[in-house]
Design a protein around this ligand. Structure first.
Ligand SMILES: Nc1ncnc2c1ncn2[C@@H]1O[C@H](COP(=O)(O)OP(=O)(O)OP(=O)(O)O)[C@@H](O)[C@H]1O
Ligand SMILES: [Mg+2]
Length: 122
């Protein structure tokens, strides 16, 4: 952003990289009929927020808080086609929590999903 000083966060570069890889891999995996993924980041006074948006199968409301649990995978005939262990988001949320950040999703079934995570300055 023009005129804005880019602050730095104290973070484990490798592990935050893993979080991004997990979110982007999911975005690709769960959007077979779309070729667009949007990765954005912004900062405010106390944190950086990163988001990964896809236009894929989406996640039903009732599953949205469970997907960060270990081994949880959404059940459904669409989801069956995508192999996985249900570990990526659990690991990602553990990493983000250890950076005192937050991770969450906004999604609509059939439309797509946006995953957000924050890392606070200091
Ligand atoms: N972008 C997404 N769009 C739709 N569903 C998603 C998305 N990301 C995650 N999910 C759902 O959340 C579940 C958990 O995701 P998670 O990444 O933890 O596991 P996984 O992708 O199944 O396996 P892996 O351990 O290989 O990452 C997935 O099985 C899927 O049902
Ligand atoms: Mg995954």
């Amino acid at each position: 952003v023009k005129g804005q000083v880019m602050k730095k966060v104290q973070a484990d570069r490798y592990r935050i990289g893993q979080v991004l890889i997990n979110l982007i891999s999911n975005a690709i995996k769960y959007s077979p009929n779309s070729d667009r993924i949007v990765v954005q980041s912004k900062q405010d006074t106390e944190k950086v927020t990163v988001s990964v948006t896809d236009f894929g199968i989406g996640i039903p409301k009732k599953a949205q808080d469970k997907i960060f649990e270990r081994f949880f995978r959404v059940e459904g005939k669409e989801e069956k086609t995508y192999p996985g262990f249900g570990i990526g988001l659990y690991v990602s949320s553990e990493i983000v929590k250890r950076h005192n950040g937050k991770i969450w999703v906004e999604s609509e079934k059939g439309k797509g999903s946006t995953f957000y995570f924050t890392i606070p300055f200091k």
